[in-house]
Design a protein around this ligand. Structure first.
Ligand code: FPP
Length: 236
């Protein structure tokens, strides 16, 4: 297989560095998040161009509620505004949007926007864009475990039937393949509670660039780096 053909099916991105980007320019942190929307658009276009089928963004973690109220509110507003503004273009591009994470913590208004973008883009067939919102791996595993326990209690699942496939089927990500490539920008080299179960055999790429500065060339370079990796899945 040629390098060009080794395209990851699923790329997941930890968009880090918005705060530092803003700080370097003497701006509010929220402005860094606003500047972080353009590279999302860029990555969607690049993913479609290169034939990536799933693109996941870690947009808001369960821990992010601990940030100053003004920053959390700014992120929620940005999310709603982006949904209103971007939905037509996403539909035109054939992008299906799915949300992972626990939604009940969001306001009713935010939840209705999340439902709306999923419904309106449900027919998209070129790319599935996944937004991780109020998401963390440990919380996802907690929720999956609760559901399995409830099924065991109801008699629809036996403890002995809980194998790896069963666990994966109870995770938020049950509808998609595991990530092949995980990118984290800004030079930090951590998973930070993101897709920990699903990342078992993922390749990692940690560019120094701050998220708002991430370009289509950076995305293409990440795919090149991935294509050169030797994935063995624990085998020889
Ligand atoms: C991490 O940078 C980034 C986030 C916590 C938010 C990511 C959100 C966006 C890119 C905007 C789009 C958002 C939505 C909800 C659609 P950081 O603030 O931790 O940066 P720092 O490490 O430099 O402080």
């Amino acid at each position: 297989m040629s390098l060009e053909e080794r395209i990851p099916q699923h790329v997941a991105i930890i968009m880090d560095g918005n705060g530092r980007w803003a700080q370097l320019r003497g701006k509010e942190r929220a402005e860094g998040h606003m500047a972080g929307v353009e590279p999302i658009r860029t990555c969607i276009k690049a993913a479609i161009k290169h034939g990536v089928r799933y693109l996941t963004f870690y947009a808001f973690s369960t821990e992010n509620w601990g940030r100053p109220t003004a920053e959390v509110e700014a992120l929620m507003e940005l999310l709603c505004r982006c949904i209103i503004q971007e939905t037509p273009e996403l539909k035109a591009q054939g992008v299906r949007v799915r949300i992972i994470g626990e939604r009940t913590r969001f306001s009713e208004r935010v939840r209705s926007f999340l439902d709306q973008i999923e419904q309106e883009t449900a027919e998209g067939e070129r790319l599935t864009m996944v937004l991780a919102l109020n998401y963390s791996s440990r919380d996802e595993l907690r929720r999956a475990t609760q559901r399995m326990a409830a099924e065991v209690a109801a008699g629809t699942l036996t403890a002995a039937a809980i194998d790896e496939q069963c666990i994966a089927a109870h995770l938020d990500t049950a509808f998609m393949p595991d990530p092949d490539l995980i990118i984290r920008t800004s030079g930090e080299q951590r998973l930070s509670n993101f897709l920990m179960w699903q990342a078992a055999y993922a390749e990692f790429y940690f560019p120094e660039v701050l998220w708002p500065d991430f370009t289509a060339e950076d995305f293409a370079h990440a795919l090149e780096v991935y294509a050169q990796r030797n994935r063995r899945f624990g085998k020889l």
